[in-house]
Every structure is written in structure tokens, then in C-alpha cells.
Design a protein around this ligand. Structure first.
Ligand code: DX5
Ligand code: ZN
Length: 230
């Protein structure tokens, strides 16, 4: 299945509008498919980041798809704002709700991809039934503790992706946190199809190359070249 890259602004100075707009352009030029918004409320995670106003500002300046990752307590209180502005994916944390079903139904009823996110300490089996229920379009597996960019990937997260892949072939699996050009191949192999990245792409010398390596396009084109010579 086609692999997609979702660019997160967490490692850049996104409060500076010029830097932000440049980062949007860079993501487009480098071949990213989504812009990933790490919305943090200072409660579910200690840090507080942007809100729907920034998402809307970016929306007006890009044609890329909008991938909203809500790291907030009580996501039901803010979800309408992201539905109204026309996000393409909205994911909220399993750990932040008592019952995920009504929220997933609400997101899906608006023709938006409904995502459920799990933090490193949450085992995959906790969401097995909900994933199999058909209410989930996207499972976002955190590769690091939510809250900051630039952390190292927690190895067990790749197994978690594989487990989710076993539960259902009808969901997109998004891996978020600690993704880089080295671990991307394994993550793609075990079933991740949306790879989120902040540091590995924005701190790369050549962003386009990093995005293409994370997507696995470099491998695909080498393979195509190899067979075209035969
Ligand atoms: C962490 C966020 C991630 C983060 C990824 O809480 O959900 O999206 O920005 O950053 P990197 O790619 O630097 O690990
Ligand atoms: Zn995220």
C-alpha cells in the first residue's frame, strides 16, 4: 500500500509565521502528504501548543491534507472546532476518553477519517475490539511518550504496529514519534502506512531525500531500475 508522510511542526519555531509558512512550503516541495498538528492542552501532556486558529491559518495556505492529533483531556469538548474547519483526519487518545465510540461515530459521520491514538504504555489489545468494530479509520501508534519532538523511538512500538495490522487490514496505521530514515523501512514492513515526522525531516540536510527515504520511494525506484535493466 502507498506510504504517506505527515509533517509535524513540533521541532520548528511555528509561532513565527514566516518560519511556519516556509515549513508548509518545504513540506509541499519535499513530497509530504499531510500536515500533522500536535494539539496539546497542558493537561493531557504538560506542554501547551497551538489550537484550531493555527490549523486554520495553515489550511488557508496549503492544499496538503490536514492530520490533527489531539493530545488533550476531554477531546469531546474541542472536537467540533476541528470538524468545522475541515480536517481530513482527527485522532484523539484512547487514554483521554471513557468511551471512544461516540466520538469516533461523530467524526465519521462528518466524512472525516476517525483516528484513535495510543501512548507507549497502552497495550495494543486494549483497542482490539474497537479496531475490529469498523468505527476506526486510523490507528495512531505513538513511538515516543506524547509531548515533545526529537525523542528516541521506543522499540516495542514497531511490534504494536504489527499487532494492529493483524487485527485489521482495513485501518490506516499511523506511527508517530521517533520515526527516521533508518527505522522507517521496518515500520513500513510491519504495516505502518502513514509515517509522521518532525525532526528527521526538518533537521535533515536534504528534506526531499529524507521524506522519500521515509516513504520508501528510494527503494521502490532502485527496484524499478534494477528490473528495467533485465
Ligand atoms: C509527540 C508528537 C509527534 C512529534 C514527532 O508528542 O505527537 O508528532 O512531533 O516528532 P519527532 O518526529 O521529532 O519524533
Ligand atoms: Zn503527533
Amino acid at each position: 500500500m502507498f506510504k504517506r508522510v505527515s509533517a509535524s511542526f513540533l521541532c520548528i519555531d511555528y509561532e513565527n509565521k514566516d518560519i511556519l509558512l516556509q515549513a508548509v512550503k518545504d513540506a509541499e516541495k519535499a513530497g509530504c502528504n499531510f500536515i500533522h498538528f500536535d494539539v496539546m492542552d497542558g493537561v493531557f501532556v504538560p506542554r501547551k501548543t497551538f489550537d484550531e486558529k493555527l490549523v486554520n491559518f495553515v489550511k488557508e495556505n496549503t492544499s496538503l491534507m490536514l492530520d490533527v492529533h489531539l493530545m488533550v483531556a476531554n477531546p469531546e469538548k474541542v472536537i467540533d472546532k476541528y470538524i468545522e474547519l475541515g480536517a481530513d483526519i482527527i485522532s484523539f487518545h484512547y487514554e483521554a476518553v471513557k468511551d471512544a465510540e461516540p466520538l469516533l461515530k461523530k467524526i465519521k459521520s462528518k466524512n472525516i477519517l476517525a483516528g484513535i491514538a495510543i501512548s507507549p504504555k497502552t497495550p495494543a489489545y486494549k483497542i482490539r475490539e474497537i479496531v475490529r468494530s469498523g468505527l476506526v479509520d486510523v490507528v495512531l501508534v505513538m513511538g515516543v511518550e506524547p509531548g515533545a519532538a526529537g525523542q528516541s523511538f521506543i522499540p516495542g512500538s514497531a511490534e504494536k504496529v504489527a499487532e494492529i495490522h493483524d487485527y485489521s487490514r482495513n485501518v490506516y496505521i499511523e506511527i508517530d514519534g521517533g520515526v527516521n530514515v533508518k527505522n522507517a523501512a521496518l515500520l513500513r514492513k510491519v504495516g505502518a502506512n502513514i509515517l509522521v515526522s518532525s525532526s528527521a525531516i526538518y533537521n535533515a540536510k536534504n528534506m526531499k531525500k529524507a521524506v522519500s527515504q521515509i516513504k520508501g520511494n528510494d527503494y521502490a525506484s532502485r527496484l524499478a531500475k534494477f528490473f528495467s535493466k533485465k
